[in-house]
Design a protein around this ligand. Sequence first.
Ligand code: ATP
Length: 341
Amino acid sequence: MTAIATLGSHCSLQVLKGASDEGLKTILVCEKKREKLYRRFPFIDELVIVESFKEILEQKCQSALEQNNAVLIPHGTLIAQMSSKEIESIKTPIFGNKWILRWESDRMMKEKLMKEAHLPVPKPVTNPKDISKLVIVKRQGAAGGKGYFMAANEDDYNTKRNQLISEGILSADETLYIQEYAAGVLAYLQFFYSPLTKELEFFGVDQRHESDIEGLARIPSEQQMKSKKVPSFNVIGNSPLVLRESLLDEVYTMGENFVEAAKRIVSPGMNGPFCIEGVYDENAKFTSFEFSARIVAGTNIYMDGSPYYSLLFNEQMSMGKRIAREIKIATDRGELEKITT
Ligand code: ATP
């Protein structure tokens, strides 16, 4: 029997609850400091206690997973805490495509794949000298918005960058990525592609709440102007959103284009959950600034099923449960290699 394993953070509760509901054994790789938290949840069958998540790269941890025929579900914490090379070296089968995670972590590769998928991306700015419109400055990898800042011109960029370096938030040798700021309504579009059915499913939409950029909007402009603090985009939580129905057709097209592009560029393609992240402007035109090539924490808001999945499944279906269902079907058919790397 296959077991489901994941790192204790991000969306692990949802993933393991879904696996347990599907009758699969659940294993949590858990940092010692979080043991008390995760012992509260009876659907977690086994805890593999580690000092740091990096231990998942060690033989001892991988053997524990291998003994249980575990499939590892990757999420944002794996990407944030390990290099692409380290993730690719993991021997435990990883759900989806571990090779595409490198395309998520590297800003240049990310831009290439998004363009290949015909996603309307904001213009990148390669040199701070060329900042002529409002831009957002980002760090590499999935930093969760921490240390990101906005700048209106080169001077503004240098002042804020230097301030964040002096505060220890950025390091002086860090390569930053600059992109035009897209204003509008945030929408993080969540999908699942099944290589078993060859179908794309639209799961749901969330919005991220980010601090303290959102806190800034609650302060009168007089105080905003006096503040010397550089606001960050540090994600705190997520809330649900449903789209105007007239936007859905384009949403599916974007998802399909992404799946097609991933198939061409990074074999075996975009299998499993993924997310296209962006904003709708005043003409309901979507600009996409980001994708995640694995489950996103924004799916946590739909642990009892999402509005769009209630149209596709006659049962409550979370993203965690959908992943477990896929693994169960593939295991029964002896096709696990089709959905793992
Ligand atoms: P993740 O944790 O999803 O991997 P990340 O660290 O890669 O995130 P982004 O999602 O690219 O970062 O950006 C973080 C936040 O910054 C977004 O949620 C959004 O609020 C804001 N943002 C990023 N790019 C843009 C843009 N071009 N225009 C407007 N806002 C943006």
